[in-house]
Write a protein that binds this ligand. Structure first.
Ligand code: ZN
Length: 135
C-alpha cells in the first residue's frame, strides 16, 4: 500500500524565519510556497532526493497548525506516506478499524489527494496518506 515517505511536515511559527535554514544552510531545492486552505496555513516545500520537507505556517489563529504550535511548539507535525490510491488506502484502513480524521481523501498541496489518520490510531504520530496523480 505504501510506496515510500512522501514528505515530512514541520510546523513553524513563521516561514520567513524557518526557510533560510532549509534553503541556505541545508541547501535544499525549494519547490515553492502554497496556500493550504484546508489547514488554514501556508506550506513551503523542499526537495530532499525523492522525499520532501513541508514547512507549515498557520495563517489564522484557529488553524490546526496554530493549535499544534500552542500545544507542542515548533517541530515535526506529520509524516506523509506515498500511496497509489488514497481512496483505496482509506477504505482499507477503515476496514481494519483504524480511526481516520479524513474518512475520504481531500485535495492537498500540489494537486495531491490526501487523508490523515487520527493520531489515536497511529501512536500519536499524525500520519498522512498522499497520492500524486502524475509525477
Ligand atoms: Zn503533508
Amino acid at each position: 500500500m505504501v510506496r515510500k515517505i512522501d514528505h515530512i511536515g514541520v510546523a513553524v511559527e513563521s516561514l520567513d524565519a524557518a526557510v533560510p535554514f532549509y534553503r541556505d544552510v541545508l541547501g535544499l531545492e525549494s519547490l515553492g510556497v502554497e496556500e493550504v486552505p484546508s489547514q488554514k496555513g501556508r506550506g513551503a516545500m523542499f526537495a530532499v532526493g525523492e522525499a520532501r520537507i513541508e514547512l507549515l505556517e498557520p495563517t489564522s489563529p484557529d488553524s490546526p497548525i496554530a493549535g499544534f504550535l500552542e500545544k507542542r511548539g515548533q517541530g515535526i507535525h506529520h509524516i506523509a506516506y506515498r500511496v497509489d490510491s488514497a481512496s483505496s488506502a482509506v477504505e482499507r484502513l477503515i476496514g481494519l478499524g483504524v480511526e481516520m480524521i479524513d474518512k475520504a481523501p481531500r485535495p492537498g498541496a500540489g494537486g495531491s489527494m490526501i487523508a490523515f489518520v487520527h493520531p489515536k490510531s497511529s501512536g500519536k504520530v499524525l500520519t498522512e496518506l498522499c497520492e500524486h496523480g502524475h509525477e
